[in-house]
Write a protein that binds this ligand. Structure first.
Ligand SMILES: Nc1ncnc2c1ncn2[C@@H]1O[C@H](COP(=O)(O)OP(=O)(O)OP(=O)(O)O)[C@@H](O)[C@H]1O
Ligand SMILES: [Mg+2]
Length: 434
Protein backbone atom coordinates (compact mmCIF):
# COMPACT_ATOMS: atom_id res chain seq x y z
CA UNK A 1 0.00 0.00 0.00
CA UNK A 2 2.86 2.32 0.89
CA UNK A 3 4.53 1.49 -2.43
CA UNK A 4 1.24 2.27 -4.28
CA UNK A 5 0.98 5.68 -2.54
CA UNK A 6 4.61 6.45 -3.35
CA UNK A 7 4.09 5.57 -7.02
CA UNK A 8 0.90 7.73 -7.10
CA UNK A 9 2.74 10.70 -5.52
CA UNK A 10 5.66 10.25 -7.92
CA UNK A 11 3.25 10.08 -10.93
CA UNK A 12 1.32 13.19 -9.85
CA UNK A 13 4.59 15.15 -9.22
CA UNK A 14 5.99 14.20 -12.63
CA UNK A 15 2.70 15.01 -14.38
CA UNK A 16 2.60 18.44 -12.84
CA UNK A 17 6.32 18.90 -13.65
CA UNK A 18 6.87 20.52 -10.28
CA UNK A 19 9.79 19.00 -8.23
CA UNK A 20 8.65 20.91 -5.11
CA UNK A 21 5.21 19.33 -5.32
CA UNK A 22 6.87 15.97 -5.86
CA UNK A 23 8.98 16.29 -2.69
CA UNK A 24 5.98 17.56 -0.70
CA UNK A 25 3.84 14.66 -1.81
CA UNK A 26 6.56 12.13 -0.97
CA UNK A 27 6.98 13.71 2.47
CA UNK A 28 3.25 13.52 3.03
CA UNK A 29 3.20 9.82 2.17
CA UNK A 30 6.15 9.06 4.49
CA UNK A 31 4.54 11.06 7.32
CA UNK A 32 1.24 9.24 6.88
CA UNK A 33 3.07 5.90 6.99
CA UNK A 34 4.93 6.86 10.16
CA UNK A 35 1.70 8.03 11.81
CA UNK A 36 0.09 4.66 11.04
CA UNK A 37 3.05 2.79 12.52
CA UNK A 38 2.93 4.93 15.66
CA UNK A 39 -0.79 4.40 16.02
CA UNK A 40 -0.33 0.63 15.80
CA UNK A 41 2.50 0.71 18.33
CA UNK A 42 0.29 2.71 20.67
CA UNK A 43 -2.55 0.24 20.18
CA UNK A 44 -0.17 -2.64 20.98
CA UNK A 45 1.15 -0.88 24.06
CA UNK A 46 -2.36 -0.17 25.40
CA UNK A 47 -3.54 -3.69 24.66
CA UNK A 48 -0.59 -5.23 26.49
CA UNK A 49 -0.94 -2.79 29.40
CA UNK A 50 -4.63 -3.48 29.83
CA UNK A 51 -3.83 -7.17 29.84
CA UNK A 52 -7.36 -8.22 30.71
CA UNK A 53 -8.80 -7.13 27.37
CA UNK A 54 -9.59 -10.24 25.50
CA UNK A 55 -9.78 -9.33 21.81
CA UNK A 56 -6.73 -7.89 19.97
CA UNK A 57 -6.99 -4.36 18.43
CA UNK A 58 -8.27 -4.12 14.85
CA UNK A 59 -5.51 -3.60 12.28
CA UNK A 60 -4.42 -4.58 8.80
CA UNK A 61 -1.22 -5.77 7.16
CA UNK A 62 1.78 -6.78 9.23
CA UNK A 63 0.32 -5.27 12.37
CA UNK A 64 -2.85 -7.31 11.99
CA UNK A 65 -0.69 -10.49 11.79
CA UNK A 66 1.39 -9.42 14.82
CA UNK A 67 -1.76 -8.78 16.91
CA UNK A 68 -3.23 -12.16 15.92
CA UNK A 69 0.08 -13.95 16.67
CA UNK A 70 0.37 -12.39 20.12
CA UNK A 71 -3.30 -13.14 20.76
CA UNK A 72 -2.82 -16.83 19.91
CA UNK A 73 0.22 -17.02 22.22
CA UNK A 74 -1.76 -15.40 25.02
CA UNK A 75 -4.60 -17.86 24.57
CA UNK A 76 -2.18 -20.79 24.78
CA UNK A 77 -0.54 -19.40 27.92
CA UNK A 78 -3.88 -18.76 29.56
CA UNK A 79 -4.92 -22.38 28.94
CA UNK A 80 -1.61 -23.68 30.34
CA UNK A 81 -1.94 -21.48 33.43
CA UNK A 82 -5.49 -22.67 34.05
CA UNK A 83 -4.31 -26.28 33.78
CA UNK A 84 -1.40 -25.69 36.18
CA UNK A 85 -3.66 -23.91 38.69
CA UNK A 86 -6.07 -26.87 38.60
CA UNK A 87 -3.20 -29.33 39.11
CA UNK A 88 -1.79 -27.32 42.02
CA UNK A 89 -5.22 -27.20 43.62
CA UNK A 90 -5.61 -30.95 43.26
CA UNK A 91 -2.18 -31.54 44.88
CA UNK A 92 -3.02 -29.16 47.70
CA UNK A 93 -6.33 -30.93 48.27
CA UNK A 94 -4.53 -34.29 48.29
CA UNK A 95 -1.95 -33.19 50.90
CA UNK A 96 -4.71 -31.62 52.97
CA UNK A 97 -6.62 -34.90 52.87
CA UNK A 98 -3.59 -36.83 54.24
CA UNK A 99 -4.36 -38.12 57.74
CA UNK A 100 -0.75 -37.41 58.84
CA UNK A 101 0.35 -33.94 59.84
CA UNK A 102 2.55 -32.57 57.06
CA UNK A 103 4.57 -29.34 57.02
CA UNK A 104 7.06 -27.92 54.52
CA UNK A 105 10.33 -26.73 56.08
CA UNK A 106 12.87 -24.49 54.40
CA UNK A 107 16.63 -24.91 54.60
CA UNK A 108 16.62 -22.92 57.87
CA UNK A 109 13.92 -25.09 59.49
CA UNK A 110 11.31 -22.39 58.93
CA UNK A 111 7.75 -23.54 58.37
CA UNK A 112 6.42 -22.52 54.98
CA UNK A 113 3.19 -24.48 54.63
CA UNK A 114 1.20 -27.13 56.53
CA UNK A 115 -1.99 -29.15 56.19
CA UNK A 116 -4.99 -29.10 58.59
CA UNK A 117 -3.87 -32.20 60.62
CA UNK A 118 -0.58 -30.37 61.35
CA UNK A 119 -2.61 -27.52 62.83
CA UNK A 120 -4.37 -30.02 65.12
CA UNK A 121 -1.41 -32.23 66.11
CA UNK A 122 1.44 -29.69 66.17
CA UNK A 123 -0.66 -26.65 67.19
CA UNK A 124 0.34 -24.60 64.12
CA UNK A 125 -1.77 -21.53 63.49
CA UNK A 126 -2.07 -19.43 60.33
CA UNK A 127 -0.60 -16.81 59.77
CA UNK A 128 1.12 -16.61 63.17
CA UNK A 129 3.50 -19.53 62.56
CA UNK A 130 4.43 -18.94 58.92
CA UNK A 131 8.23 -18.53 58.83
CA UNK A 132 8.65 -19.71 62.46
CA UNK A 133 11.41 -22.20 63.18
CA UNK A 134 10.05 -25.67 63.97
CA UNK A 135 12.54 -25.99 66.85
CA UNK A 136 10.96 -22.95 68.54
CA UNK A 137 7.49 -24.45 68.35
CA UNK A 138 8.34 -28.03 69.33
CA UNK A 139 11.09 -27.89 71.92
CA UNK A 140 12.53 -31.36 72.32
CA UNK A 141 16.21 -32.39 72.46
CA UNK A 142 15.58 -35.45 70.25
CA UNK A 143 13.97 -33.31 67.55
CA UNK A 144 16.77 -30.71 67.58
CA UNK A 145 19.33 -33.54 67.35
CA UNK A 146 17.38 -35.13 64.51
CA UNK A 147 17.16 -31.84 62.59
CA UNK A 148 20.81 -31.01 63.20
CA UNK A 149 21.97 -34.51 62.26
CA UNK A 150 21.00 -34.04 58.63
CA UNK A 151 20.75 -37.81 58.14
CA UNK A 152 17.07 -38.59 58.02
CA UNK A 153 17.28 -42.30 57.47
CA UNK A 154 16.70 -44.68 60.34
CA UNK A 155 14.32 -44.30 63.23
CA UNK A 156 11.89 -41.42 63.49
CA UNK A 157 11.71 -39.27 66.62
CA UNK A 158 8.94 -40.08 69.09
CA UNK A 159 7.60 -37.31 71.32
CA UNK A 160 4.43 -35.92 72.92
CA UNK A 161 2.30 -33.47 70.95
CA UNK A 162 2.81 -29.83 72.01
CA UNK A 163 -1.00 -29.54 72.06
CA UNK A 164 -1.76 -32.49 74.31
CA UNK A 165 0.91 -34.46 76.16
CA UNK A 166 -1.21 -37.63 76.03
CA UNK A 167 -0.90 -37.73 72.26
CA UNK A 168 2.29 -39.49 71.15
CA UNK A 169 3.72 -38.53 67.79
CA UNK A 170 6.24 -40.15 65.52
CA UNK A 171 8.09 -37.45 63.55
CA UNK A 172 9.95 -38.09 60.33
CA UNK A 173 11.76 -35.74 57.93
CA UNK A 174 11.76 -36.39 54.20
CA UNK A 175 14.12 -34.19 52.14
CA UNK A 176 12.90 -33.16 48.68
CA UNK A 177 13.66 -30.63 45.92
CA UNK A 178 16.47 -28.18 46.54
CA UNK A 179 17.02 -27.86 50.30
CA UNK A 180 13.36 -28.40 51.16
CA UNK A 181 12.12 -30.89 53.72
CA UNK A 182 8.79 -32.40 54.54
CA UNK A 183 8.02 -32.92 58.22
CA UNK A 184 5.55 -35.76 58.69
CA UNK A 185 4.02 -36.41 62.11
CA UNK A 186 1.88 -39.48 62.78
CA UNK A 187 -0.33 -40.03 65.80
CA UNK A 188 0.90 -43.31 67.32
CA UNK A 189 -0.97 -43.06 70.63
CA UNK A 190 -3.28 -45.97 69.79
CA UNK A 191 -0.39 -48.06 68.50
CA UNK A 192 1.57 -47.52 71.68
CA UNK A 193 -1.48 -48.33 73.80
CA UNK A 194 -1.96 -51.59 71.90
CA UNK A 195 1.75 -52.40 72.28
CA UNK A 196 1.49 -51.73 76.01
CA UNK A 197 -1.63 -53.93 76.21
CA UNK A 198 0.25 -56.73 74.42
CA UNK A 199 3.16 -56.45 76.83
CA UNK A 200 0.87 -56.36 79.88
CA UNK A 201 -1.13 -59.31 78.56
CA UNK A 202 1.95 -61.51 78.02
CA UNK A 203 3.40 -60.50 81.39
CA UNK A 204 0.10 -61.16 83.22
CA UNK A 205 -0.59 -64.50 81.52
CA UNK A 206 2.96 -65.71 82.20
CA UNK A 207 2.75 -64.56 85.78
CA UNK A 208 -0.64 -66.22 86.35
CA UNK A 209 0.54 -69.48 84.78
CA UNK A 210 3.66 -69.68 86.88
CA UNK A 211 2.11 -70.67 90.22
CA UNK A 212 -0.24 -73.43 88.95
CA UNK A 213 2.62 -74.83 86.86
CA UNK A 214 4.91 -74.98 89.87
CA UNK A 215 2.21 -76.89 91.77
CA UNK A 216 1.65 -79.33 88.89
CA UNK A 217 5.39 -79.93 88.51
CA UNK A 218 5.74 -80.53 92.24
CA UNK A 219 2.92 -83.10 92.30
CA UNK A 220 4.25 -84.83 89.18
CA UNK A 221 7.65 -85.16 90.82
CA UNK A 222 6.05 -86.73 93.90
CA UNK A 223 3.94 -89.01 91.69
CA UNK A 224 7.02 -90.11 89.77
CA UNK A 225 8.72 -91.08 93.02
CA UNK A 226 5.58 -92.82 94.35
CA UNK A 227 5.07 -94.83 91.18
CA UNK A 228 8.76 -95.73 90.97
CA UNK A 229 7.98 -99.37 91.50
CA UNK A 230 4.63 -99.32 89.69
CA UNK A 231 3.63 -100.14 86.15
CA UNK A 232 6.28 -99.16 83.53
CA UNK A 233 3.50 -97.79 81.26
CA UNK A 234 2.30 -95.45 83.99
CA UNK A 235 5.88 -94.43 84.82
CA UNK A 236 6.40 -93.46 81.19
CA UNK A 237 3.22 -91.38 81.12
CA UNK A 238 4.15 -89.54 84.30
CA UNK A 239 7.71 -88.90 83.08
CA UNK A 240 6.38 -87.40 79.83
CA UNK A 241 3.90 -85.25 81.78
CA UNK A 242 6.72 -83.95 83.94
CA UNK A 243 8.97 -83.24 80.95
CA UNK A 244 6.20 -81.30 79.22
CA UNK A 245 5.25 -79.31 82.30
CA UNK A 246 8.90 -78.41 82.81
CA UNK A 247 9.00 -77.25 79.19
CA UNK A 248 5.98 -75.07 79.87
CA UNK A 249 7.73 -73.69 82.92
CA UNK A 250 10.75 -72.79 80.78
CA UNK A 251 8.51 -71.00 78.24
CA UNK A 252 6.78 -69.06 81.02
CA UNK A 253 10.14 -68.13 82.57
CA UNK A 254 11.50 -66.96 79.18
CA UNK A 255 8.33 -64.92 78.48
CA UNK A 256 8.60 -63.28 81.90
CA UNK A 257 12.26 -62.53 81.25
CA UNK A 258 11.34 -60.95 77.88
CA UNK A 259 8.60 -58.86 79.54
CA UNK A 260 11.07 -57.60 82.11
CA UNK A 261 13.60 -56.77 79.38
CA UNK A 262 10.93 -54.79 77.53
CA UNK A 263 9.55 -52.89 80.48
CA UNK A 264 12.22 -52.45 83.14
CA UNK A 265 14.31 -49.30 83.11
CA UNK A 266 17.93 -49.70 82.07
CA UNK A 267 20.28 -48.89 84.94
CA UNK A 268 22.19 -45.67 84.30
CA UNK A 269 25.25 -46.61 86.34
CA UNK A 270 25.66 -50.39 86.04
CA UNK A 271 28.31 -52.18 88.06
CA UNK A 272 31.26 -53.83 86.26
CA UNK A 273 30.76 -57.56 85.70
CA UNK A 274 33.63 -60.05 85.67
CA UNK A 275 32.72 -61.60 82.33
CA UNK A 276 35.58 -64.13 82.23
CA UNK A 277 34.51 -65.64 85.57
CA UNK A 278 30.89 -65.69 84.46
CA UNK A 279 31.86 -67.44 81.21
CA UNK A 280 33.80 -70.11 83.13
CA UNK A 281 30.57 -70.95 85.00
CA UNK A 282 28.48 -70.87 81.80
CA UNK A 283 30.94 -73.24 80.09
CA UNK A 284 30.77 -75.56 83.11
CA UNK A 285 26.95 -75.61 82.81
CA UNK A 286 27.32 -76.22 79.05
CA UNK A 287 29.55 -79.27 79.73
CA UNK A 288 26.86 -80.61 82.08
CA UNK A 289 24.23 -80.00 79.36
CA UNK A 290 26.42 -81.81 76.83
CA UNK A 291 26.74 -84.82 79.25
CA UNK A 292 27.45 -88.01 77.37
CA UNK A 293 27.74 -86.17 74.05
CA UNK A 294 31.17 -84.89 75.11
CA UNK A 295 31.41 -81.68 73.14
CA UNK A 296 34.86 -80.10 73.26
CA UNK A 297 34.14 -76.76 74.85
CA UNK A 298 37.09 -74.35 74.88
CA UNK A 299 37.10 -70.96 76.58
CA UNK A 300 39.50 -68.14 75.67
CA UNK A 301 38.59 -65.13 77.80
CA UNK A 302 40.48 -61.95 78.61
CA UNK A 303 40.29 -61.99 82.44
CA UNK A 304 41.09 -58.27 82.73
CA UNK A 305 38.19 -57.27 80.52
CA UNK A 306 35.20 -56.41 82.70
CA UNK A 307 31.96 -54.97 81.38
CA UNK A 308 29.47 -52.54 82.91
CA UNK A 309 26.04 -54.12 82.65
CA UNK A 310 23.30 -56.12 84.33
CA UNK A 311 24.83 -59.45 85.40
CA UNK A 312 21.57 -61.46 85.20
CA UNK A 313 20.93 -60.23 81.71
CA UNK A 314 24.52 -60.80 80.58
CA UNK A 315 24.48 -64.33 82.04
CA UNK A 316 21.30 -65.03 80.07
CA UNK A 317 22.89 -63.63 76.88
CA UNK A 318 26.04 -65.77 77.23
CA UNK A 319 24.29 -68.96 78.31
CA UNK A 320 21.67 -68.76 75.55
CA UNK A 321 24.37 -68.56 72.87
CA UNK A 322 26.62 -71.23 74.44
CA UNK A 323 23.72 -73.64 75.12
CA UNK A 324 22.51 -73.17 71.53
CA UNK A 325 25.98 -74.19 70.32
CA UNK A 326 25.73 -77.39 72.44
CA UNK A 327 22.16 -78.12 71.34
CA UNK A 328 22.78 -77.64 67.63
CA UNK A 329 26.19 -79.36 67.38
CA UNK A 330 26.36 -83.15 67.13
CA UNK A 331 28.14 -85.01 69.95
CA UNK A 332 31.94 -84.66 70.03
CA UNK A 333 31.78 -81.36 68.06
CA UNK A 334 33.96 -78.36 68.85
CA UNK A 335 32.69 -75.24 70.54
CA UNK A 336 34.97 -72.24 71.09
CA UNK A 337 33.90 -69.42 73.38
CA UNK A 338 35.89 -66.17 73.18
CA UNK A 339 35.79 -62.91 75.11
CA UNK A 340 38.11 -60.16 73.87
CA UNK A 341 38.37 -56.54 72.80
CA UNK A 342 39.00 -55.58 69.17
CA UNK A 343 39.62 -52.10 67.72
CA UNK A 344 36.10 -50.87 68.32
CA UNK A 345 34.13 -53.19 70.64
CA UNK A 346 34.16 -55.76 73.39
CA UNK A 347 33.33 -59.03 71.65
CA UNK A 348 31.71 -62.23 72.92
CA UNK A 349 31.94 -64.99 70.32
CA UNK A 350 30.69 -68.57 70.20
CA UNK A 351 31.82 -70.69 67.27
CA UNK A 352 30.57 -74.25 66.78
CA UNK A 353 31.11 -77.02 64.26
CA UNK A 354 27.40 -77.86 64.31
CA UNK A 355 24.51 -78.21 61.89
CA UNK A 356 24.65 -74.58 60.70
CA UNK A 357 21.77 -72.43 59.50
CA UNK A 358 20.66 -71.73 55.91
CA UNK A 359 21.11 -68.10 54.86
CA UNK A 360 17.40 -67.30 54.45
CA UNK A 361 16.68 -68.06 58.13
CA UNK A 362 19.34 -65.71 59.54
CA UNK A 363 17.34 -62.47 59.47
CA UNK A 364 14.41 -64.08 61.33
CA UNK A 365 16.29 -65.98 64.05
CA UNK A 366 15.74 -63.35 66.76
CA UNK A 367 11.94 -63.36 66.31
CA UNK A 368 10.00 -64.88 69.18
CA UNK A 369 9.26 -68.59 68.72
CA UNK A 370 11.15 -68.70 65.42
CA UNK A 371 12.87 -72.03 64.97
CA UNK A 372 14.63 -73.37 61.89
CA UNK A 373 13.52 -76.92 62.54
CA UNK A 374 10.68 -76.92 65.08
CA UNK A 375 10.81 -80.68 65.68
CA UNK A 376 14.56 -80.77 66.28
CA UNK A 377 14.51 -77.67 68.51
CA UNK A 378 11.64 -79.07 70.59
CA UNK A 379 13.44 -82.41 70.89
CA UNK A 380 16.43 -80.50 72.24
CA UNK A 381 14.18 -78.75 74.77
CA UNK A 382 14.08 -75.43 72.86
CA UNK A 383 11.26 -72.90 73.04
CA UNK A 384 12.44 -70.48 70.33
CA UNK A 385 12.73 -67.56 72.75
CA UNK A 386 16.48 -67.70 73.47
CA UNK A 387 17.71 -65.49 70.64
CA UNK A 388 14.85 -63.00 71.21
CA UNK A 389 16.18 -62.63 74.77
CA UNK A 390 19.73 -62.24 73.40
CA UNK A 391 18.55 -59.47 71.05
CA UNK A 392 16.80 -57.57 73.86
CA UNK A 393 19.73 -57.86 76.27
CA UNK A 394 22.03 -56.51 73.56
CA UNK A 395 19.61 -53.66 72.82
CA UNK A 396 19.62 -52.70 76.50
CA UNK A 397 23.43 -52.73 76.52
CA UNK A 398 23.87 -50.80 73.27
CA UNK A 399 25.25 -53.88 71.53
CA UNK A 400 24.43 -55.84 68.38
CA UNK A 401 24.42 -59.44 67.21
CA UNK A 402 26.29 -60.79 64.17
CA UNK A 403 25.68 -64.28 62.84
CA UNK A 404 27.88 -66.16 60.36
CA UNK A 405 26.68 -69.61 59.49
CA UNK A 406 27.05 -72.29 56.85
CA UNK A 407 24.75 -75.26 56.58
CA UNK A 408 26.43 -78.48 57.84
CA UNK A 409 29.67 -76.61 58.65
CA UNK A 410 28.85 -74.63 61.79
CA UNK A 411 27.89 -71.22 63.09
CA UNK A 412 29.51 -68.24 64.76
CA UNK A 413 27.38 -65.96 66.93
CA UNK A 414 29.13 -62.71 67.82
CA UNK A 415 27.78 -60.21 70.36
CA UNK A 416 29.44 -56.79 70.02
CA UNK A 417 29.23 -54.53 73.05
CA UNK A 418 30.32 -50.89 73.10
CA UNK A 419 33.91 -50.27 74.26
CA UNK A 420 32.57 -47.43 76.44
CA UNK A 421 31.23 -50.13 78.83
CA UNK A 422 34.60 -51.81 79.24
CA UNK A 423 36.44 -51.59 82.55
CA UNK A 424 40.07 -52.65 82.21
CA UNK A 425 41.48 -54.22 85.35
CA UNK A 426 44.49 -56.20 86.44
CA UNK A 427 42.75 -57.04 89.67
CA UNK A 428 39.08 -57.32 90.51
CA UNK A 429 37.61 -53.81 90.74
CA UNK A 430 35.82 -52.99 93.95
CA UNK A 431 32.05 -53.37 93.78
CA UNK A 432 32.35 -56.13 91.15
CA UNK A 433 29.36 -58.43 90.91
CA UNK A 434 31.25 -61.67 90.82
N1 LIG B 1 24.38 -72.50 67.06
C1 LIG B 1 23.34 -72.81 66.30
N2 LIG B 1 23.47 -73.68 65.27
C2 LIG B 1 22.42 -73.98 64.49
N3 LIG B 1 21.17 -73.48 64.66
C3 LIG B 1 20.98 -72.61 65.65
C4 LIG B 1 22.04 -72.22 66.53
N4 LIG B 1 21.55 -71.34 67.43
C5 LIG B 1 20.26 -71.18 67.13
N5 LIG B 1 19.89 -71.95 66.07
C6 LIG B 1 18.59 -72.01 65.42
O1 LIG B 1 17.87 -70.84 65.79
C7 LIG B 1 16.62 -71.18 66.38
C8 LIG B 1 16.26 -70.16 67.40
O2 LIG B 1 17.15 -70.25 68.51
P1 LIG B 1 16.63 -69.85 69.94
O3 LIG B 1 17.76 -69.94 70.88
O4 LIG B 1 15.90 -68.55 69.82
O5 LIG B 1 15.53 -70.94 70.24
P2 LIG B 1 15.71 -72.43 70.75
O6 LIG B 1 17.12 -72.75 70.97
O7 LIG B 1 14.93 -73.28 69.79
O8 LIG B 1 14.92 -72.39 72.11
P3 LIG B 1 15.35 -71.69 73.49
O9 LIG B 1 14.34 -70.63 73.69
O10 LIG B 1 15.24 -72.77 74.52
O11 LIG B 1 16.72 -71.15 73.34
C9 LIG B 1 16.82 -72.57 66.92
O12 LIG B 1 15.60 -73.23 67.01
C10 LIG B 1 17.77 -73.20 65.91
O13 LIG B 1 17.01 -73.68 64.84
MG1 LIG C 1 18.25 -71.42 72.28
Amino acid sequence: MVAALLVAALGTGLLLGQPVVLVLLLLLVVLAYLAWQLRNLRLLQRWLEEGRRFQPPESVGVWGDVFQGIYRLQQRNRKRKRKLRKMLKRFQEATEALPDATAVLTQDDEIEWWNPPAAGLLGLSYPRDIGQRIGNLIRHPDLSGYLRGGEYEGDAVELSSPVDEHIRLSLRIVPYGKNYRLLIARDITRLQQLEQMRRDFVANVSHELRTPLTVVCGYLETLEEECGRGEPELQKIIATMREQSERMQRIVDDLLMLSRLETERVSEQPEPVNVAAMLAQVCEDARRLSGPEHHQIRLEADAGLWLRGNDNELRSLFSNLVFNAVRYTPGGGEITVKWFCDDSDAVFEVADSGIGIAEHHLSRLTERFYRVDTGRSRARGGTGLGLAIVKHVLLRHGGRLEIDSRLDEGSTFRARLPAARVVRTGREPTGGSL
